[in-house]
Design a protein around this ligand. Structure first.
Ligand code: R5P
Length: 299
């Protein structure tokens, strides 16, 4: 099995290769002054199973085109099987047509990978599992979803959040709180979040949670602007929570997201290395989960 860490996932690619007891193969890449990407992969891939590791966090479009270039090239170089590890799958939130005339972007991204000949795609905490199931039935590609939530919860359990109450920002993400509760054991619930489909503005209703004097953790798949997480943290603090943690799989942290969350009262921020970030907080690697999934796939 040959591991190719793409430009967006050098570190994760190395960790995965280490977990598989191998050395990653270098990918030569460049971005020209006008923004176009260049990719060169060293030949000799005939008959090999090739694993491309390339997350697609901002700048999503550039990361996607680099991913497509790598897939195309390894196919041309004779790879027998192509597995893509794309922990943060861009456009996952546009997983259906919410308003007439919109592009169903996630569908397009998966179709392009399938058309290029990707055999398997491994993603982390997919925003919508239903859309992945749909992709599995409609395209030739097989999509596998791994979850970083148990690892985040384990870390928090060992760091003064044992017995904490687990929350998701909305009902659709309740499975995250549920999975965390298996580790933390303090019960779980969700906030009520409504997003205006035209403006993108969110409204979060905080129900009475009986959280006073307790520890609580909010688990989300993505932190982007930090607005959702900050409101959830404020809601918990206003109900008297003693200590509050913010946890997510994909730490996009755009602009001042980190400050927003800390100012809202988060005592600790925990995330995975699904995307490379310089945000302040604790980063937990998902490499062992990817290694486990790869080992299952090549059995
Ligand atoms: C949305 O449905 C996602 O699960 C996240 O809650 C959302 O993407 C977070 O975005 P932001 O940090 O901008 O509020």
């Amino acid at each position: 099995m040959i591991i190719l860490p793409g430009p967006a996932s050098r570190e994760l690619g190395e960790r995965i290769a280490e977990g598989l007891d191998t050395v990653p193969r270098p990918v030569d890449y460049r971005v020209f002054p006008d923004g176009e990407s260049y990719i060169k992969i060293f030949p000799d891939l005939k008959g090999e199973t090739v694993v491309i590791v390339q997350t697609t966090a901002p700048s999503q479009d550039q990361r996607l085109i680099q991913l497509f270039m790598m897939v195309r090239t390894v196919k041309e170089l004779g790879a027998a099987r192509v597995i893509c590890v794309v922990p943060y799958l861009a456009y996952s939130r546009q997983d259906k047509r919410f308003l007439d005339g919109e592009t169903c972007s996630l569908d397009l991204v998966i179709k392009m990978m399938s058309d290029l000949g990707v055999d398997d795609l491994i993603v982390a905490d997919a925003h919508s599992k239903a859309s992945l199931d749909r992709a599995n039935s409609e395209y030739m590609i097989r999509v596998h979803n791994i979850s970083g939530v148990p690892l985040l919860a384990e870390y928090l359990k060992d760091n003064r959040f044992d017995g904490a109450y687990s929350l998701s920002p909305d009902e659709g993400a309740i499975h995250l709180a549920q999975a965390a509760d298996v580790v933390l054991g303090g019960g779980y619930g969700f906030f009520e979040k409504v997003r205006d489909l035209r403006t993108g503005e969110i409204e979060m209703k905080v129900k009475d949670l009986d959280i006073s004097g307790r520890k609580a953790v909010v688990f989300d798949d993505i932190i982007s602007s930090g607005g959702t997480m900050a409101r959830a943290i404020e809601g918990l603090k206003s109900q008297g929570a003693e200590k509050v943690a913010a946890a997510c799989t994909h730490a996009l942290f755009m602009g001042k997201a980190g400050d927003r969350i800390r100012e809202a009262g988060a005592d600790i921020v925990v995330f995975t290395d699904s995307v490379e970030t310089s945000t302040e907080g604790v980063s937990i690697t998902i490499a062992p989960l990817v290694v486990r999934e790869l080992n299952k796939l090549i059995l």
